[in-house]
Design a protein around this ligand. Structure first.
Ligand code: NI
Length: 398
């Protein structure tokens, strides 16, 4: 439906009025982070907030997830879903903030605390104004985004995209490259698929001074790493962005001992499901055959992660238009493709979707320009107002 100016102004006014509450929710969640699949207290806190505003919800989805439903006038006329992720990361916080994590070694270092606070803020506004808009809004609080035992397929299996089926689904993610007050988006393919690679190179260990008696796993591993780069440079279609990186290589020999096994771990990211599958085969073949050619062997395991995120052109245009009206077109950035991944991808392959980015950087606030997943990372909380407003507007007119 169309979001008229008077409703838009009312939402802006109320969002400002409730901003301190939104900040308090974010700080509570930040203080009490929980790892993927363990978001029990987080789920309870969300339920408590929803209950307080009289918003009906279903809990126990994907164990700790929730789906709230707010019905406006003519609830069957349309349905939009809004999603926030709930989990934190195994990182020891070093922000020095008064509301820093109270759980040792666990931190909201990816902004999911901000995502939840914004969706809760939007829930409150949607509930209060429900006689002023048409349709139904589903609010999906999804656990376990950071883990390959991803919460998204479990929430989908739990029925969040049925009864009623949303026409569009939206999510946001904080972005420390973008100033607070701005949002950014990109239509079409936006974030990459991700899969993890585990290689075990096998040979024959022995004394480093007797290479003729060994099959040198370190040299085999070095050749495999070099050979695998041609999967990207020579086999990937040049029009499909692909990254193959290895961040871990373990060969526990010594200066004078050749180990009989070397372990290699890495990631492959791309934007095409057919090529993704083919790449797994090519990587496996290249690693195994390279090892064999040198007298060794290699076992390859591919741990399947998420598909790529597809931002629907129309849904993205709606987000862009609404953001332009709320914050002025100058505050809406066109973003480039990213090789990072998001399990929002699963929803985006089922219904028209848009994942937009919320700018959270402020050069005057320490940590707000630190990268995601770093111990110093934090957000400029003024951005929560932007997030609440755009999520609310998308619920009504997205
Ligand atoms: Ni994240």
């Amino acid at each position: 439906m169309v979001l008229d100016d008077s409703l838009l102004n009312l939402l802006t006014e109320r969002a400002k009025q409730y901003h301190d509450d939104t900040v308090a929710m974010r700080r509570h969640l930040h203080r009490h982070p929980e790892l993927s699949t363990e978001e029990v207290e987080t789920g309870r806190y969300i339920a408590q907030q929803l209950k307080q505003w009289g918003i009906p919800y279903q809990d126990g989805l994907a164990d700790t997830g929730l789906c709230a439903m707010i019905t406006g006038v003519e609830p069957d006329s349309r349905c939009v879903a809004l999603r926030a992720d709930m989990d934190a990361l195994p990182i020891t916080e070093q922000t020095g903030l008064p509301f820093a994590s109270e759980r040792a070694g666990v931190m909201h270092a990816c902004g999911h605390d901000a995502h939840m606070a914004c969706l809760l803020g939007a829930a409150r506004l949607l509930q209060e104004t429900r006689t002023l808009w048409k349709g139904t809004v589903k609010l999906i609080f999804q656990p376990s985004e950071e883990d390959f035992r991803s919460g998204a397929p479990q929430m989908i299996a739990g029925g969040v995209l049925e009864n009623p089926k949303p026409q569009h689904i939206y999510a946001m993610h904080v972005l420390p490259d973008l100033p607070a007050g701005k949002v950014g988006m990109k239509a079409g393919q936006y974030m990459a698929s991700t899969d993890e690679l585990y290689l075990t190179v096998k040979g024959k260990g022995g004394h480093a001074a007797t290479p003729e008696l060994n099959v040198d796993t370190v040299i085999v591993a070095a050749n495999i790493l070099t050979a695998l780069q041609q999967v990207v440079s020579r086999q990937a279609p040049p029009y499909i962005p692909t990254v193959l990186s290895f961040g871990r290589i373990i060969g526990e020999g010594r200066t004078n001992i050749i180990p009989s096994e070397v372990h290699i771990e890495g990631t492959i990211r791309t934007f095409n499901e057919v090529w993704r599958k083919q790449a797994h085969e090519n990587i496996t073949r290249c690693a195994v055959e390279t090892a064999k050619a040198m007298g060794g062997d290699c076992e390859v395991t591919v741990d399947h992660g998420y598909p790529f995120v597809l931002n629907d052109a129309e849904a993205t245009q709606r987000a862009r238009d609404l953001a332009g009206r709320l914050f002025s077109p100058a505050n809406v950035e066109e973003l480039p493709l990213r090789m990072t991944a998001e399990d929002f991808a699963y929803y985006s392959h089922l219904i028209p979707a848009c994942l937009f980015r919320l700018g959270t950087a402020n050069p005057d606030q320490k940590g707000t320009q630190s990268n995601l997943h770093t111990p110093e990372f934090t957000v400029d909380e003024s951005a929560l107002l932007t997030g609440v407003l755009l999520m609310t507007a998308l619920g009504i007119a997205g």
